[in-house]
Design a protein. Structure first.
Length: 155
């Protein structure tokens, strides 16, 4: 079972009370995965978000020319796979373990059931998710601005 300490340390669940986190802990499925295990691939249907207990996961995507691009390397306490919970889109990237890794899987339908049954939990969860995605967009904008500036210097 997932510990309350781990959930409390993740921004998505940090604003929730212990009882509210407990409701989400009940739906977490523990998975012990070997190194180089493909959790999901870009283009697949998305059905869950994941939280890393121990180990590491690499998130990658393909460039238009087919080159693998490392998006992120995530470790203990990190989560991934949350975007499609909001928009229902297919996976935009692939996720693979880099070493033996223990993760918790939160099925989207089970998360939705908890959130639909408790507006206070839903409000806190979606507010935390919105903050996270806003920060990610801000970082992407900064990265794109830097890349554009770097490219313009070559002309």
């Amino acid at each position: 079972m997932i510990s309350d300490t781990l959930l409390k340390g993740v921004y998505l669940f940090g604003d929730l009370s212990a009882e509210e986190r407990g409701r989400l802990a009940k739906i977490a499925e523990s998975m012990a995965l070997p190194a180089r295990f493909q959790i999901f691939r870009a283009g697949e249907d998305a059905t869950a978000l994941y939280l890393i207990k121990e180990g590491s996961v690499r998130i990658t995507t393909l460039s238009p020319s087919g080159e693998h691009i490392d998006v992120a390397t995530l470790g203990s306490g990190s989560h991934f796979g949350e975007m499609a919970l909001i928009d229902g889109a297919k996976r935009s990237a692939s996720a693979e373990t880099l070493e033996a890794t223990t993760i918790f899987r939160f099925d989207y339908s089970k998360i939705q059931s908890v959130l639909n049954g408790s507006p206070p939990i839903a409000s806190k969860f979606y507010r935390a998710l919105a903050r996270f995605l806003s920060n990610r967009l801000r970082q992407t904008t900064t990265d794109m601005s830097f890349a554009r500036e770097k490219n313009l210097r070559h002309f």
